[in-house]
Design a binder for this molecule. Structure first.
Ligand SMILES: Nc1nc2c(c(=O)[nH]1)N[C@H]1C(S)=C(S)[C@@H](COP(=O)(O)OP(=O)(O)OC[C@H]3O[C@@H](n4cnc5c(=O)[nH]c(N)nc54)[C@H](O)[C@@H]3O)O[C@H]1N2
Ligand SMILES: Nc1nc2c(c(=O)[nH]1)N[C@H]1C(S)=C(S)[C@@H](COP(=O)(O)OP(=O)(O)OC[C@H]3O[C@@H](n4cnc5c(=O)[nH]c(N)nc54)[C@H](O)[C@@H]3O)O[C@H]1N2
Ligand code: SF4
Ligand SMILES: [Mo]
Length: 708
């Protein structure tokens, strides 16, 4: 036996850390997972989740062969039978009820799997259904919308240049727990400390005093869902009170009647709503304008709430009017080695909005997808166009999307369901067929998406660590197999799809990646990347505007009509009464959405699925530390342990998502030993950002009471 060292990227979250895995090259047994000090981007940093990669690899519950649900339980079947029955089943439903009767849900790990990013769209095209759903609409849809409306491309998402900024304002993000999102920045703690080290400042605005707040200069509480009012009044102060100090806008920026639009949003008008005093609002505006460079970064807490669409637009506007757009230390764009925005734009994939609407509730499509908040009702509401079958791919919507009980019931009523996944979990237990791909260490890896969102320009390719078992294909191979069997429709279109698919399958993801790299701005080749398994640093972010605007008129509009309309609708809402308690989410460094709780290494220790609440609220409601609390919302009710803490502001309670592993029939031995509760039993499918249809998972009205 010889112990070998394998360098790769950890594919579990957006931070893309370099890891070094020591393994036995005879048995494949993993001896250790450590941070790779030679990775120029992550410099040796890793978080505890990376070590779970070995648990995932060895997990006896992880499926290695296709499963078919029968009257006598799950039966292992051959790949040939599985692919045939999956394709026949989906095609059969479409023949009976039309194309749109088959829906799809694509979950979060697809963005960490470049084979899926390349081959997933082929399958969706072959299915040709309008009922496409994904994790996007419980996550970052407001960012895509703002990018499309302002920069002309849904993927042109600005990232904070945190390594050079002098003033970072973090709203609704907790990168010390999440390791950053839409901001690929491994070792975020040290990057934040460095801001303070060079005399800069970090301000966190969050209803919870988070781990990130603990390393910041200042933390301000804000009432959940009210950030839009803070942002509007900061903009008001800048445009109406600090007109003299404002920098001139670049020639490519159109500001139309922006000043007039924010006239009524004075800090005095919004302070009661946000909990942030008018004097603080003025001080924020002043500091922002005085800083040498500054950038506001808003994430989950800002996007996944009632006004997510407006919030992300306003953040862009503020970064632009303060002169911090496309400039060192401000909000910048990457220059990715595989230039996804440019390639997709050339193929007509800049994105679109509201070309059609969902059948039952009339929610707008975005980029060919409908908001997942409407999935259950599209299955349960009878009539022409009803969804009768579902394909899920690396997603667990019963745990991850709102009104979980309703969706669980809806999945149980489907005629047919296929899941591309390696666990029998809360969602896939409803499938007729489960198609399991090989594990993440058995395939190669390149971050097509996160290299577009990184705070430095970087590129890194990871080869598979171990040879995969022939009976465990990669995701893309399963997708190609299904697509081949499902390609129907008029002869010409069918031939085109078949031809494209056979060329792509012949090139394999590696070949396509090589082409993307060669056509990119650095003219790299896959061979070059393979020679540097620790990754390549391609430099700091650089200015690229207006050349990289994808808008038709090459202008950047600060007041797109959709936002102007949404702002008008907002005026009345300041006077709406506030609920007594609202629920928000949180993340923990040892947890990853819904699917890493089957790792003993990660799940050990005291329960992390607790309801955090403020001591004032606890004593008023007679709730003691550790007591069981009943939390109810319009759609559901859960019982959970109380964790009384000053971290939460009064009137706000917090529950993490991803838990609730006690659904009958799922096969997660370790996770079900400490299941926790599913917080999405409480979140409401009808509570969405009106503009984008993104679910509002934060700021959900709830009531709480002590029991037992
Ligand atoms: N209340 C509340 N709900 C939330 C959130 C919140 O903050 N609060 N966050 C939301 C966000 S941001 C997101 S992104 C979603 C995430 O929710 P989902 O999109 O449901 O994703 P995961 O929970 O990560 O589920 C991943 C599934 O993919 C499988 N899987 C993992 N890797 C692979 C792979 O390589 N191939 C295949 N085929 N399968 C794989 C796993 O077994 C698991 O079943 O949750 C959302 N839900
Ligand atoms: N360890 C770990 N890392 C992860 C994940 C995970 O599950 N676990 N998930 C990954 C995924 S899919 C994503 S999308 C990212 C998300 O990354 P982040 O956006 O950093 O997600 P959270 O840690 O949930 O931070 C959201 C913050 O918003 C605050 N918040 C809630 N409501 C409001 C509000 O109305 N206003 C304001 N201002 N703040 C509010 C919450 O208190 C919380 O601190 O994390 C990724 N990384
Ligand atoms: S932060 Fe942790 S989970 Fe994320 S890439 Fe780095 S090691 Fe992996
Ligand atoms: Mo996410």
């Amino acid at each position: 036996m010889t112990i070998q060292t394998h360098k790769r990227t950890c594919s579990l979250c957006e931070a893309t850390c370099g890891i070094e895995i020591r393994y036995d090259d005879k048995t494949g047994d993993i001896a250790s997972v450590k941070g790779d000090k030679s990775d120029p981007f992550s410099r040796g940093y890793i978080c505890p989740k990376a070590t779970a990669l070995q648990d995932l690899q060895n997990d006896p519950d992880r499926l290695r062969r296709p499963l078919k649900r029968t009257a006598d339980g799950w039966q292992t079947i051959s790949w040939k039978q599985a692919l045939k029955e999956a394709a026949d089943g989906l095609a059969g439903v479409q023949q009976r009820y039309g194309r749109d009767s088959v829906a799809s849900y694509l979950g979060n790990p697809n963005v960490h799997n470049y084979g899926n990013l390349l081959f997933g769209p082929m399958l969706l095209r072959a299915l040709g259904s309008k009922n496409k759903f994904s994790a996007t609409s419980v996550d970052q849809l407001p960012h895509h919308m703002a990018s499309l409306m302002m920069f002309g491309h849904q993927l042109m998402i600005p990232v904070p240049d945190i390594d050079r900024t002098d003033f970072l304002i973090v709203m609704g993000g907790n990168p010390l727990a999440s390791n950053g999102s839409l901001m690929t920045a491994p070792d975020i703690k040290n990057r934040l400390k460095a801001i303070r080290g060079r005399g800069g400042k970090v301000l966190v605005i969050d209803p919870r005093r988070t781990e990130t707040a603990d390393v910041a200069d200042e933390h301000w509480f804000i009432r959940p869902g009210q950030d839009v009012f803070l942002l509007l009044s900061v903009l008001h102060v800048m445009l109406h009170e600090y007109t003299q100090t404002l920098p001139e806008l670049p020639a490519y920026v159109k500001a139309a009647d922006l000043k007039e639009r924010v006239k009524s949003w004075t800090p005095e008008a919004t302070e009661a709503r946000t909990g942030i005093a008018a004097t603080q609002v003025r001080s924020l505006a002043e500091q922002w304008l005085q800083a040498r460079s500054a950038v506001c970064y808003g994430r989950m807490g800002l996007s996944v709430q009632e006004h997510g669409g407006l919030c992300q637009w306003l953040i862009n506007v503020l970064n632009i009017v303060t002169g911090n757009f496309d400039r060192q230390g401000g909000a910048m764009f990457t220059r990715p080695a595989a230039d996804l925005p440019a390639v997709t734009a050339a193929q007509g994939g800049r994105g679109h909005y509201a070309k059609y609407h969902s059948r039952v509730r009339g929610l707008p499509e975005f980029g060919g997808e409908l908001p997942v908040a409407t999935l259950a009702e599209e299955i349960l509401t009878e009539g022409e166009g009803q969804i009768r079958a579902l394909f899920t791919m690396a997603g667990n919507p019963v745990i991850s999307t709102p009104n979980a009980s309703q969706l669980d019931k809806a999945l149980g009523s489907l005629d047919f369901m296929v899941s591309l996944d390696y666990y029998v979990n809360e969602t896939t237990r409803h499938a007729n067929l489960i198609l399991p791909p090989c594990g993440p260490l058995e395939r190669d890896h390149y971050d097509l998406i996160f290299n577009v969102l990184a705070v430095r320009n970087v590129a890194k390719y990871s080869a598979p660590l171990m040879k995969r078992d022939k009976q465990s294909p990669e995701d893309w191979q399963i997708l190609a197999g299904l697509t081949r069997r499902l390609t129907r429709g008029p002869l010409k279109k069918r031939l085109m799809t078949k031809l494209t698919l056979s060329v792509m399958s012949w090139m394999k993801p590696q070949g396509i990646l090589d082409r993307l790299l060669r056509s990119g701005p650095y003219k790299l080749t896959l061979k070059q990347l393979k020679r540097q398994p620790e990754g390549m640093d391609l430099g700091a972010l650089s200015s690229c505007m207006p050349a990289r605007l994808f808008t038709r008129d090459k202008q950047l509009d600060l007041t797109p009509q959709v936002y102007v309309d949404a702002l008008e609708q907002l005026s009345g809402s300041l006077s709406e009464p506030a609920p007594e308690f609202v629920l928000i989410g949180r993340r923990h460094i040892r947890s990853n959405n819904s699917w890493l709780h089957n790792s003993q290494r990660l799940i050990k220790g005291k329960s992390r699925c607790t309801l955090m609440l403020n001591p004032q609220d606890a004593s008023r409601q007679g709730i003691e530390q550790g007591a069981t609390v009943e939390v109810s919302s319009r759609v559901g009710c859960v019982q959970v342990e109380a964790e009384v803490t000053e971290e939460l502001m009064p009137g706000v309670v917090s529950l993490p998502h991803g838990w609730g592993h006690n659904y009958d029939g799922s096969r997660l031995t370790i996770a079900s030993s400490a299941p926790g509760v599913n917080c999405n039993e409480l979140t409401d499918d009808q509570f969405v950002d009106r503009l984008t249809g993104n679910t509002a998972l934060n700021g959900v009205p709830v009531s709480i009471r002590a029991i037992g």
